[in-house]
Design a protein around this ligand. Sequence first.
Ligand SMILES: Nc1ncnc2c1ncn2[C@@H]1O[C@H](COP(=O)(O)OP(=O)(O)OP(=O)(O)O)[C@@H](O)[C@H]1O
Ligand SMILES: [Mg+2]
Length: 275
Amino acid sequence: MSGNPYQDDRGNKDRSIANPRGSGTAEGARRKGKAVAAPGGPFLIGDSMTGGYGKGPNILHDCTIAVDQGEIAVIVGPNGAGKSTAMKAVFGMLDVRQGHVRLDGEDITTLSPQDRVSKGMGFVPQTSNIFTSMTVQENLEMGAFIRTDDFSDTMAQVYDLFPILKDKRNQPAGELSGGQRQQVAVGRALMTRPKVLMLDEPTAGVSPIVMDELFDRIIEVARTGIPILMVEQNARQALEIADKGYVLVQGRNAFSGTGKDLLADPEVRKSFLGG
Ligand SMILES: Nc1ncnc2c1ncn2[C@@H]1O[C@H](COP(=O)(O)OP(=O)(O)OP(=O)(O)O)[C@@H](O)[C@H]1O
Ligand SMILES: [Mg+2]
């Protein structure tokens, strides 16, 4: 795929951005283990989702992922486990045959991705998440394209968060390093002032140092009050910063709990964290 810095593109062509209106609240019905349907449940939940691509077989089987206000929730699991599929299901890019997606208590299962964006969902997909031939600044502007108000403050905030992007604002995004491109992708999503941010492998293909840096920035974003639901292949490091974690295997919830619980669970350690 020319101009695409990412390999292994499985057809995720999301270009969406958000334009949230105000910010939501969620009554914190916190539970151990699997989150279940309830009014006033988690701020964003894909609840007991079963579904697959097009008319294909089910990839997700009764799969639940959720994030609450003030939280970082992390999804881990082996390659092909359905992590990206679960994220796409929550974002409306999959045929969810059973189960529901709720945002701030509202059932949004049948909404298009575009409509979810205007409800306040920001999504950074695993692949093709920037416009490589556009400059960094143009990428951020694209992120704001459905905003009708002045977004210069938001852009200044993104540049504060990722100063390197300000230095490189006039460079084509495709010329940036992997870590910097991920910053562009996250920055683009932030331009919409989302109420919740979904990140699919934000540290894919970067060095450990850059990974640490990206995690620090993600924590910073979370501290500004944006709950974050993210997939991570760096399971141990991600669970260390996770309020809530999910281990998916073959499209099902295998384990869930606090990041701390999962890190301490002997079975999770043995099977998914290298002992
Ligand atoms: N666009 C698609 N159409 C059909 N099947 C797909 C599509 N994308 C993924 N799949 C299949 O769905 C299953 C789960 O894939 P998915 O990409 O969700 O896994 P993942 O956990 O994100 O893996 P990775 O760690 O490699 O990113 C795999 O069997 C994959 O082949
Ligand atoms: Mg994936």
